[in-house]
Design a protein around this ligand. Sequence first.
Ligand SMILES: C[S@@+](CC[C@H](N)C(=O)[O-])C[C@H]1O[C@@H](n2cnc3c(N)ncnc32)[C@H](O)[C@@H]1O
Length: 272
Amino acid sequence: MTGESSSIDSTRPSIARVYDYLLGGKDNYAVDREIGDVFKRDLPGSVAIAFANRAALTRAVREIMATTGVRQFIDLGSGLPTADNVHQVAQRRAPEARVVYVDTDPQVLVHGRALLEENDRTRVVPVDVRDPEGIRNHPDTRELIDFGRPVAVMFSAILHHVNDDEDPAGIVRYWREQVPSGSHFFVSHFRSGNNPETAEAEKVLQATFGRGRWRTDAEIAALLDGLEILEPGIVPAPLWHAEAPGEAWNGGGEPELTVWERLIAAGMARKP
Ligand SMILES: C[S@@+](CC[C@H](N)C(=O)[O-])C[C@H]1O[C@@H](n2cnc3c(N)ncnc32)[C@H](O)[C@@H]1O
């Protein structure tokens, strides 16, 4: 599982490129757009979900930069570079912030590298997220991340690509054990159990990529076992630290959201 990925295959859709297409990016092929269009047709909220997820990730980085002293990030399943990437958000506030991006998609590695490795404080590590030890021991991770200081570990839209038999909880636990107290964990995840559309959407994802496990909010929270889940808890991503007035999650009944806005959840946790 460790090491450089094979070359770009433009005949089969890739998660990174389909996601890039939904976000309006240009790093995708006809085969990705075809599947992206199926998502848009059968799941009319796909584009909104992709943007809502990306916006929550950006808010999470800003929140960490504003409210903690954490200045180093490991972004697991980072995806193709898009408008604002973790290092740009973090380094805008603190130029010394360090970011290790992790992804195995060849397109990310080839095209993303130039953009993501903009400076000597960012690196792209081509190791599978299911091999956390391989990531931890990669020379670039060792060089950039000081495991004696708190780290932000970002699991943005990645754990739903890890099936139950691949031990997603064990992956989170590995990182929890590697980092010191005060470290932060951000998770965004496709959520199930809220509406019938969910099952259909999960089926499309599984049929396309041969993997995908949507989880209930309780299952997502269980992945963060041993960590202190911060306010407002695991909530629909558009509500997580929403910035527009009146949108903030108040912990009461779930505000009115579209079916699609409910499909992805976000949450942040802290290692006590
Ligand atoms: C939906 S994108 C999310 C991108 C970004 N984290 C975000 O939230 O905007 C999922 C990314 O995870 C990557 N990915 C999926 N499975 C992976 C694995 N087992 N190891 C490493 N990367 C993986 C894909 O290549 C893709 O770039």
